[in-house]
Design a protein around this ligand. Structure first.
Ligand SMILES: Nc1nc2c(c(=O)[nH]1)N[C@H]1C(S)=C(S)[C@@H](COP(=O)(O)OP(=O)(O)OC[C@H]3O[C@@H](n4cnc5c(=O)[nH]c(N)nc54)[C@H](O)[C@@H]3O)O[C@H]1N2
Ligand SMILES: Nc1nc2c(c(=O)[nH]1)N[C@H]1C(S)=C(S)[C@@H](COP(=O)(O)OP(=O)(O)OC[C@H]3O[C@@H](n4cnc5c(=O)[nH]c(N)nc54)[C@H](O)[C@@H]3O)O[C@H]1N2
Ligand code: SF4
Ligand SMILES: [Mo]
Length: 714
């Protein structure tokens, strides 16, 4: 080696020796994997690498999204200053100017149209502290009843079902370490292999221990690869399928009578309902054979331990609430809850899918999972907040319904935080038109998302590397994201922005916090005695124990890992069994001559939700540069479609164009399109507007469509 080269390498080494590390948690899914960002300074630039960190949930693992998460945080398009729209273009502005504009517009809109003319739209990517603060901000600073969040499209069906059946809603009723103790596991409408990849070893361990795994999904996926039995159900028919399973369980006597008698109400009605169930008819409706229904039910009934997990495949339906209730019926009649190796889990989705739904950013909810319509709950929270109970608004409406209120001229201004609704709402073109109609629209984001593009003002917020706060993971474990990287440019934390807006609206005394922990300490008191009781959890205790499970009602309580050991959370301590109809109350789309195929939607491993972040990450974007439609080769052939053709997809709501991907892993009567892309690839332009009557969940998983090869049109 020449002297020159040696010198070069020696300096290189020295350069790289200047290294900093930052602890944080992944900005994506509900596993909330702990990670560390390694920053190496090189003379001309900084180099980054992400590595996993040990913790009791992900045990140091990371998936491809987590490994590349930093790529979006350092992306050049990240916004670092407030941006104001002038003549259709965003221009840099100052915080003072931005705040002056907000004050002027918010005040004039409310003066002219009343307090409810302003709406707040939140997200479950926010920390617990910020979700809590957003709810308080809407009710105390804006005094509006209109607040809801993107969890409506995510968790609402399972949350409502668990609340009504068990009296409390925590995604998993047990800890992940119980999975290897289960002898039979049902995974219904959940593609964990792509959506929570670091959870997989728990299931692989269960399999090594001899567990029988049943997966219910219209497609073969990474998750069906671990299945002993795959029920390739017709989209939207889970409620009926479970009726078939219940029929077998009841007829064959695979029921736990002691559990049913001592712990539940409503069993007699279910027995009566089962007499009306015909297995042949269920097979015809669901596309699952009688033999497979019998096998699944028999294994589930026979084994002493077992678990059921559902996710959006079951839940994002216009009868999602009832479909989940039927799975809960199965858990209760077999007594497979509240003991080792047993339990139910609605696998939460977003980073704070669990906590985001507990602290009051939902239309009908106050912190601690309290109800905004319950006089005692109102009084308690009003006292914590130091306001008169009469000043608290009443309940509002769901996220999509707020868009209808914009069209109807009731909502004139909106503050959006952590969501991209024109890509994630059903009937997306209608939602875009609504947001375009607003008199004043403020988005708080890290990027100019497709929705932020429609705003009058965008306020730049901090990322997972900079913003400290707590997240409640899919287990119900409250974790502390210790983010400490310096804020780039003029970026501010979400909680800081809310507090400063409250101040300028004259409500500063209710929002004087110096750090996230201050807000958490108020949240602890606000949640005390509520369903989701965090009172006994402190930052210090979370650090000590590497996360703590709620409910945790006192400082000497260790948190609750396994729920419902002795009782459910209703006043009489019993769970509620409820017969569920095969047919949805809100009719589901059925194939017609005009729209002959089922369309179902979902995710791919490399992209996250509407893709605003993952499309900015070169390593992830490269894996899927565009959307696609998964079609069975026989179906494709009958429509004259070849692999990689551009395919026009039409529903009664709209038209999109994506690339065809032929695969025999999907049912012949069904096509699948992921929802991570916008504009002409935005699959939500096709999704209908009907909502579940109980929880207001849209039917993202069943649309009917027609498909045409664009080549054919030419
Ligand atoms: N890579 C990745 N991971 C993510 C996310 C992401 O966007 N990308 N998002 C996160 C969030 S917020 C969420 S909510 C979760 C979602 O996690 P999942 O719910 O697991 O994800 P989906 O792909 O929406 O749907 C799961 C499966 O349901 C199937 N399905 C469709 N229709 C039906 C039906 O009628 N019945 C049944 N039984 N199954 C059906 C689909 O084929 C799909 O394989 O993932 C989280 N993790
Ligand atoms: N067709 C179809 N549609 C669906 C679904 C489906 O399966 N099929 N799934 C639904 C589900 S489960 C979900 S969860 C929704 C999610 O859909 P959205 O609510 O639209 O969620 P994201 O795409 O994550 O959008 C988040 C936005 O917030 C920004 N952001 C991220 N972190 C923060 C933060 O900490 N603070 C602030 N202020 N901004 C932040 C991001 O840059 C991005 O612009 O989509 C739903 N829509
Ligand atoms: S996306 Fe989910 S599984 Fe993957 S690293 Fe992030 S938190 Fe973990
Ligand atoms: Mo979600």
């Amino acid at each position: 080696m020449t002297d020159l080269l040696l010198k070069y390498f020696r300096t290189k080494q020295q350069e790289v020796q200047s290294e900093k590390t930052y602890d944080t948690q992944c900005p994506y899914c509900s596993m909330q994997c702990k990670m560390q960002l390694i920053e190496q300074s090189v003379v001309t630039r900084k180099k980054y690498k992400t590595v996993g960190k040990a913790n009791p949930t992900s045990e140091g693992r990371l998936c491809v999204k987590g490994l590349n998460a930093h790529q979006h945080a350092f992306h050049r398009e990240r916004i670092k200053y407030p941006m104001k729209k002038v003549d259709g273009q965003f221009v840099r502005t100052t915080w003072d100017e931005a705040y002056a504009l907000i004050k002027k517009k918010f005040k004039s809109i409310q003066k002219k149209h009343g307090n409810d003319a302003l709406a707040c739209y939140g997200g479950a990517q926010l920390t617990n502290e910020e979700a809590y603060l957003f709810g308080k901000f809407a009710r105390v600073a804006l005094k509006t009843k209109y607040i809801d969040y993107n969890g409506r499209f995510c968790m609402s069906a399972a949350a409502t079902a668990a609340n009504v059946a068990f009296g409390i809603d925590r995604g998993l009723t047990t800890r992940l370490t119980e999975i290897p103790n289960a002898k039979v596991i049902i995974l219904a409408g959940t593609n964990i292999a792509e959506c929570q990849p670091t959870i997989m070893p728990y299931f692989e361990k269960a399999k090594e221990n001899g567990a029988y795994i049943i997966v219910i999904d219209p497609r073969q996926t990474g998750t069906t690869k671990i299945a002993d039995l795959h029920l390739q159900v017709k989209p939207g028919t889970d409620a009926a399928l479970v009726n078939g399973l219940l029929k077998v369980l009841l007829d064959e006597g695979y029921t736990d009578h002691e559990f049913i008698n001592n712990r539940t109400n409503g069993f007699e009605a279910l027995v009566e309902h089962a007499t009306t169930i015909d297995l042949e008819k269920i097979a015809g409706k669901t596309g699952v054979s009688v033999e497979d229904i019998k096998t699944a039910a028999t294994v589930f009934g026979k084994e002493a331990t077992g678990m059921i997990f559902t996710a959006r495949g079951v839940e994002q339906q216009v009868d999602g609430y009832m479909a989940v209730r039927n799975f809960l019926n199965m858990i209760m009649v077999t007594g497979k809850i509240g003991k080792p190796g047993c339990g139910y889990g609605a696998i939460t989705g977003q980073g704070n899918g669990q906590g985001g739904r507990e602290h009051g950013q939902k239309a009908d909810q106050l912190p601690g999972y309290r109800s905004i319509e319950n006089p005692e709950h109102r009084k308690y929270i009003a006292d914590v907040w130091g306001i008169d109970e009469k000043e608290l608004p009443r309940k509002g409406i769901s996220a999509y319904e707020m868009m209808e209120k914009v069209h109807e001229g009731e909502i004139h201004g909106m503050l959006l935080m952590a969501s991209n609704p024109i890509v994630s709402n059903p009937n997306a073109s209608f939602v875009k038109e609504a947001l375009e109609k607003l008199d004043f629209f403020v988005a708080i984001d890290m990027f100019i998302s497709e929705t932020a593009q429609l705003a009058d003002l965008i306020l730049p917020t901090s990322s997972y590397l900079e913003n400290e706060g707590t997240f409640t993971n899919l287990e119900g474990r409250v974790t502390l994201r210790e983010a400490s990287k310096e804020l780039p440019g003029e970026v501010k934390h979400d909680w800081k922005i809310l507090s400063e807006i409250a101040e300028l609206l004259g409500k500063g005394k209710y929002f004087s916090y110096s750090c996230a922990e201050d807000i958490f300490n108020e949240l602890r008191i606000a949640s005390k005695g509520g369903i989701a009781d965090y009172y006994g959890i402190t930052y210090e205790r979370i650090r000590e124990k590497n996360g703590m499970f709620w409910p945790c009602p006192s400082l000497d309580h260790d948190g609750t890992e396994i729920m419902f050991k002795e009782s459910f959370a209703h006043p009489d301590k019993r769970g509620i069994i409820l017969p569920v109809s095969n047919e949805s109350e809100v009719p589901k789309k059925k194939p017609t001559q005009q729209f002959p195929l089922y369309l179902t939607t979902g995710r791919v491993v490399a992209h996250y939700l509407t893709g605003v972040l993952t499309r900015k990450s070169p390593a992830l974007a490269a894996r899927n540069v565009e959307s696609h439609i998964q079609i069975h080769p026989e179906t494709a052939q009958s429509y004259g479609i070849q692999d990689n053709d551009l395919v026009k997809i039409e529903s009664e709501r709209g038209t999109i164009v994506v690339r065809g991907q032929l695969s025999d892993e999907i049912r012949k009567d069904t096509v699948f399109v992921p929802f991570h892309w916008a504009d002409s690839q935005n699959v939500n332009c096709l999704v209908p507007k009907e909502l579940d009557p109980t929880c207001r969940m849209p039917g993202f998983k069943v649309t009917t469509v027609n498909i045409t090869a664009l080549r054919e049109l030419a």
